[in-house]
Ligand binder design. Sequence first.
Ligand SMILES: Cc1ncc(COP(=O)(O)O)c(C=O)c1O
Length: 460
Amino acid sequence: MTFDPIDKQKNLFPTSSGNNESLLILLNRTSEIICKWFSDAEKLGPIPIDINFECSVPGEYGKSADDLFSEIESLIYSSFNPVHPGSLAHLDPPPLIISILGDLIAAGLNNNLLAHELSPSISLLEESICKWFSKKLGFSNLAGGVAASGGTLSNLNALVAARNHAGLETDPKAVYLISEDAHSSFVKCTRIMGLDRNNLIKVKTDNNGCMDMIELKKTIDKCFKEAKRIFAIVATVGTTIRGAIDPIENISRICNEKNIWLHIDGSIGGIFSITNIPINGINNLNLANSITINPQKILGITKTSSILIVSNIEFLINTFSTGLPYVSTENDVINRGELGIQGSRPAEIIKLWLGLRFLGMRGIENVLNSSIERRKFFENNLNLEKYDLLSGPLHIISFLPKGMNINETDSWTLNKRISLMKKNFMISRPLFKNRYYLRAVLGNYNTSESNINDLLKLLN
Ligand SMILES: Cc1ncc(COP(=O)(O)O)c(C=O)c1O
């Protein structure tokens, strides 16, 4: 057994004694490859036609960096490229350049948001950014939040806290309500919480894809009659298929009357509420007990970036705190791995912080507004004699040719998606209420009016 390096020529870790020259060389080389890949997007398209990547597994001895670089390049050149202007399929916009740095810094620091002593400045940063969001949303000083790796996890953190707050942790009669257009990940949340599909109750939506208030009242009455115990109602601000916004004030009124936790899944639209952009229905989000904001989906903060804000931080402490007995903790310090389901956590907050600082409120509004403008342009110029639309006030639009039966739309959407892909336009084909649609998500800052015109020519 020896403590000596296995290969003296190769630095395995950054060193505290040298100048880390070899790491610098690797970082520069990587930056060059990634930047070249960005520039090549135009000719390569949103996803490569031939995936040349072959996954090689570790051998007995390590490889040289040079060997690895050819593999890294092949991995990169076989990837989906969100920077391409025709990349319009999902909620995966191009990465904001400063947040790429944020990821690099987080990796270099390798701090851990589990405990204050493992991330002193970043714990403070996360707390401050969550407080900033809380204030912008209009919550009181008691509010706070926690970051999590994605919208699903932020929603799950909220639901677990809501159930705990209602004292229904082990009650099989505990149920929660979502609209029928809410995100599919609530099915997963339900399973993780040890519940089954009878505990997840879907409320019908109206013609605009918003939770229907009459249906909500009926559903609640039915739950009470059946002695079910509602621990939360989830309102969606920005549904996945059409960007619809549930009526927050009306739902909140009902929640208040019945003493039910209101959670807002603002994964898509929540970020708008910190700006002055006027969007119908995106106001008074502070009526909620908790809200998920997921800036990876539209602002371009690199994945993953999601935060949950709660109206009172005690909700999270009461639900998730274990005491973390193996960590030394000063009295007034919160270990942020004790505020949610994740224990060890990367410093994802750095890229969000840098992104927000880099853009400023003007830049944030510009990025968000441009998405809405692109959707309006697309919508206004799509041939409405030919298509039926599903859309809302945000940047998502789903559509189908008029008058086709289900079989016809199945094959039309399939073939159209393939033919658009050949022209370097990647849009999605979601299954919604048993029918396939085509969906454009217009959150790509690189997509110009002329790109959209080219897409429209292929559709109209
Ligand atoms: C409305 C909504 N909520 C939640 C999610 C899940 O987010 P994530 O994929 O970051 O876990 C999505 C994903 O698209 C979504 O559209």
